[in-house]
Design a binder for this molecule. Structure first.
Ligand code: ADP
Ligand code: ZN
Ligand code: ZN
Length: 724
């Protein structure tokens, strides 16, 4: 009887698929195969080979072709992926699809892993001499006229060079070649003398190199966490091992790459979603081959093969960007811990505002906590002051005290940040005669006014329309923006401080690739400036001349229905406030609120994040919420309400009987309508994770088979981080 291949295919079904082996080659677990599926063909990964043919194997189809002689995914990754698919109740095939770069999910030969180099052709040399091109093309020609450059060097010296390279290559002016990866060491710079706490942290982790041990590195922004990472990576490299460092956002990558490379003197391989597919596959394959020693990436880089793993580091571990919110809903931080165990290496989770999950793990003794309390770069922690907005005359949401503080800051030649976590001009446009306001027809939520674009925009579904000149209900022309977004603050600050540059940083102003980097570069100098921005600015950029931060409003976070709102608000306040402390000058933070007496806010300001987090944890424990209980959320949506209700009712009826399972719903989602789809959910909770999984595994299979499931889009979210 022939052996049967169990193959994971990139389809949202909870099963593996059986095939007969292809005519040629001997398939192994971890190899890719190209197989017929339905009316098409798919690339899958062989998960296991069953020597005992399954029942009815005569009906099985043979695989078309084996794509790898040796397994592409090693045993550790295969084991971790199987674990991940099971834990996040995902489709196995989708877990494998997440692990493989897109270019490796196609039935084509693997890209060569040499470095990509570009040089001028003879025609290119003449074009350069004649100066016949413009803009990016001209710059690229000029760079290559000096010498051939690697893709990585080009990315650093000319952001956006890829577009120019396509044009010039098509015109035959430049040529591409492969060279073996560069292995010689680059010059490295000297580390600072680490302070006592940093030394202790490094020593604690390095004592565990070569074995599994999770650490929580708890230190505010500027406390020197990155220096600790660098020292540890250096040790790992000296042992001939690989280091994987995760950051939450691509925006943080270029700065970090530069810092890693300058200090360590090695090539840093980067893996994130902004790379071209070819580059991404090459980086992944170099990590697999072991030639990539230091790998820096965002969420999906957690699936990088690490045959010679030495350490895994997750920076800003509390960041919600580590949770994938669609398809295969894994959490990269949790996966980091699982992989570290499988690889027998220490894992270091760093944050100035650790997640309550990690704090609970530390409290339970599963993680060891390392503290960095001093701030080597700063004179002293910033002074925080609350401004009670209730008794104030506000100018576009800003109090006189806030404006005065901005004025003093720029008068001293320093920079101020005005923080508001809302894009656009105003969250609502209101008719003052009758109270009407425009809602998104597809979401039932107010449209945000974007004044510069003369548009009303839905931040949930991107629906847009022109700004009406009069109220459609009462015809009054008295339409007034209510509340403030960053665009309005920018306008008000420009009017108030005409001589000072005002820079707005949000998704709108930084949509263009590298725009954010360029904006930040203009702030590295010592000129006075005012920054207005959203969350994007809360992240770890070093702005040495920024000494004042004003948070325009924190009240939304104080009365949200989401049980995580308090934690998020505390993290955001601390992270944003941290922007004021990186300077070698004393920093100042102003916090505007309508609720100056709110216990969470008071606690946070009086005793800091650690104390506030302890309070929040105690609350969670008392009312048995995560991390002291475990949740799985079933979401469903459809163009009408009825199939959603029918599916959730059937799902509810199919739940196993258990005293340990708590069920909330079926109920409408907190946003019952979004992008024209009606949404509902069923929340399942249990005190024990294994009990919850044990009950829900068979249920998950039953859901797939339900006739009602065919009329909705549905998903399961294990450990959801919001109940949206
Ligand atoms: P974090 O990662 O916690 O935000 P960094 O490691 O980036 O902190 O350190 C903040 C600043 O302080 C950086 O400019 C860094 O070079 C500097 N720094 C860190 N540790 C030391 C030290 N031991 N001596 C001098 N400067 C230090
Ligand atoms: Zn009206
Ligand atoms: Zn909408």
């Amino acid at each position: 009887m022939p052996a049967v291949l169990r193959v994971a295919l990139p389809v949202p079904l909870p099963t593996l698929f059986d095939y007969l082996p292809p005519a040629e080659g001997s398939a192994q677990a971890g190899s890719r195969v190209w197989v017929p599926f339905g009316r098409g063909k798919l690339v899958g990964v062989v998960v296991e080979i069953d020597a005992q043919a399954a029942v009815g194997s005569s009906r099985l189809k043979p695989a078309i072709r084996l794509l790898d002689d040796a397994p592409l995914l090693d045993a550790e990754l295969m084991q971790t992926l199987a674990w991940a698919a099971d834990y996040w109740l995902g489709a196995p095939g989708e877990a494998y699809a997440n692990a493989l770069p897109l270019a490796l999910r196609e039935p084509r030969p693997r890209p060569a892993i040499g470095d990509e180099y570009w040089s001028l052709s003879a025609a290119g040399q003449s074009a350069h001499d004649a100066g016949s091109r413009r803009g990016g093309s001209k710059q690229l020609l000029a760079l290559l006229a000096e010498r051939a450059l690697s893709a990585q060097e080009l990315t650093e010296r000319l952001p956006g060079w890829r577009d120019a390279s396509r044009r010039l290559a098509a015109a035959g002016l430049i040529e591409r070649s492969e060279r073996p990866p560069l292995n010689h060491a680059l010059p490295a710079s000297l580390p600072p003398q680490l302070n006592d706490e940093q030394q202790q942290a490094v020593a604690a982790v390095s004592a565990h190199l070569g074995e599994y041990q999770p650490f929580l590195l708890d230190g505010v922004t500027g406390s020197g966490k990155t220096e600790v990472y660098l020292a540890l990576i250096e040790q790992v490299l000296a042992q001939g091992k690989q280091a994987l460092l995760l950051v939450p956002e691509i925006g943080l990558a270029p700065q970090t790459v530069r810092r890693l490379r300058e200090r360590l003197g090695v090539i840093v391989e980067v893996l994130h979603s902004n790379l071209s597919e070819g580059d991404r596959a090459r980086a992944w394959l170099r990590a697999r081959a072991g030639s990539a020693r230091v790998i820096l990436g965002t969420r999906s880089a957690m699936f990088t093969p690490l045959p010679e793993a030495g350490i895994i580091i997750v920076d800003e571990e509390h960041d919600s960007a580590y949770k994938q919110q669609e398809g295969f809903r894994y959490h990269a931080r949790d996966l980091a811990v699982v992989r570290a165990r499988a690889l027998n290496v220490p894992v270091l989770l760093g944050s100035g505002t650790p997640s309550l999950e990690s704090l609970a793990n530390a409290e339970a003794g599963r993680y060891r906590t390392l503290h960095l309390r001093a701030r080597p770069g700063a004179i002293r922690p910033p002074q925080v002051q609350i401004i009670d907005m209730r008794a104030q005359r506000l100018e576009h949401g800003m109090s006189p005290a806030l404006l005065a503080a901005v004025a003093e800051t720029v008068a001293r030649g320093e920079q101020a940040l005005v923080f508001r976590n809302r894009r656009g001009y105003a969250p609502v446009l209101l008719c003052r005669s009758c109270g009407w306001h425009p809602d998104c027809p597809r979401c039932d939520r107010p449209l945000t006014l974007h004044a510069g674009r003369r548009q009303l925009l839905c931040h949930h579904c991107d629906f847009r329309q022109r700004v009406p000149v009069a109220c459609p209900v009462c015809a009054s022309a008295d339409l007034k923006p209510q509340g403030q977004g960053t665009e309005r603050l920018e306008e008000a600050l420009i009017a108030h401080f005409p001589q000072v540059p005002v820079l707005r940083v949000d998704r709108e102003t930084t949509r263009r690739r590298d725009a954010f980097e360029q904006l930040l570069a203009t702030l590295q100098n010592d000129q006075p400036a005012i920054l207005v921005g959203t969350q994007m600015l809360a992240k770890g950029h070093d702005l040495p001349n920024l000494t004042m931060v004003a948070i325009v409003g924190v009240d939304e976070g104080l009365h949200s229905v989401d049980f995580r709102a308090g934690e998020r608000m505390a993290q955001l306040v601390v992270q944003v406030a941290g922007r004021a402390g990186r300077a070698r000058k004393p920093g100042r933070v102003l916090l505007q609120t309508h609720q100056p007496e709110h216990p969470l806010l008071r606690g946070l300001l009086a005793h800091g994040y650690a104390a506030a987090a302890r309070e929040l944890l105690a609350e969670r424990r008392q009312i048995q919420l995560p991390p002291y209980s475990h949740q799985v959320l079933l979401r469903a949506d459809a163009p009408t309400r009825e199939p959603v209700d029918a599916f959730l009712a059937a799902a509810h009826a199919a739940l196993p009987e258990s005293a340990e399972l708590q069920i909330a719903g079926p109920m409408p989602a907190p946003m019952p309508l979004r992008a024209g789809r009606h949404r509902g959910q069923l929340l399942l909770e249990a005190a024990s994770r294994s009990v919850l999984h044990g009950l829900l595994r068979p249920w998950r299979l039953a859901l797939t088979a339900m006739p009602q499931a065919r009329h909705v889009r549905w998903s399961l979210d294990v450990d959801p981080i919001d109940l949206y």
